[in-house]
Design a protein around this ligand. Sequence first.
Ligand SMILES: NC(=O)c1ccc[n+]([C@@H]2O[C@H](COP(=O)([O-])OP(=O)(O)OC[C@H]3O[C@@H](n4cnc5c(N)ncnc54)[C@H](O)[C@@H]3O)[C@@H](O)[C@H]2O)c1
Length: 242
Amino acid sequence: MNNKKYALITGASGGIGSAIARKLASDYNLILHTRSKKDKIDKLKKELDTEVICISADLSNFEDCQKVFNICKEENLDVEVLVNNAGMTLDNVIFRMKEEDFVKVIETNLYSVFYLSKLFARTMMKKKSGRIINIASISGIRGNVGQTNYSASKAGIIGFTKSLAKELATKNILVNAVAPGFIDTEMTNNLNDAVKEEILRDIPLKRYGKAEDVAGLVYFLSGKDSSYITGQVISVDGGMNI
Ligand SMILES: NC(=O)c1ccc[n+]([C@@H]2O[C@H](COP(=O)([O-])OP(=O)(O)OC[C@H]3O[C@@H](n4cnc5c(N)ncnc54)[C@H](O)[C@@H]3O)[C@@H](O)[C@H]2O)c1
């Protein structure tokens, strides 16, 4: 037993989520969420030198988000940091995009952020302390061909972050968004080489981002050195959105 507070990281089985878990483990106990990759989370847990609780849930529906919250409440976990990282893509140009693919991406990427923030902000308000860090995307800032659903969900996260930061500021809860550019993870692995080369030409730093690049910023936003920062959208994109 230690006296560290908890950080909840959604989508912790993914590339960026697991890098965030490794980084935050020095300062926080962790609640690691996965939708279906329990084996990956169990493996990650073994690496980490902090208390770790694993939870499986499909965050695109409110009932599962409530389940996550209830587990934290029943276990009396002091959740100081919520990292809304879980996300998915179902890319297609608009004429070929099925309605269900548009809805699924919005539910997974945006509704989940609303559900979990609503649930956890209440307990953060009571203790007058907390951090909510939402993983947006450069696509939500600049748009991207084939990603009307994804861009809309990420632009939604940006507006949501700014409004929530204003609502919760007097309760000492900081709400910020991180906007990664092209990060080398499973999500970007399936793009073909020609697309990847075109993206690389668009990155001033001339390299793809690493999950650790995003994790470093999330760590900063979860710590005391960022206590005067709220409502911001900070890019980690090698200069892609300049
Ligand atoms: N990789 C990039 O280039 C990039 C760029 C910008 C933003 N992002 C964002 O960063 C975040 C992490 O992405 P990643 O690159 O690590 O991708 P990833 O595919 O490796 O991980 C995504 C995670 O989200 C989880 N998830 C997906 N749908 C879910 C659902 N319905 N319920 C619960 N969990 C669900 C997955 O299980 C997985 O753990 C996402 O929000 C993504 O949109 C990634």
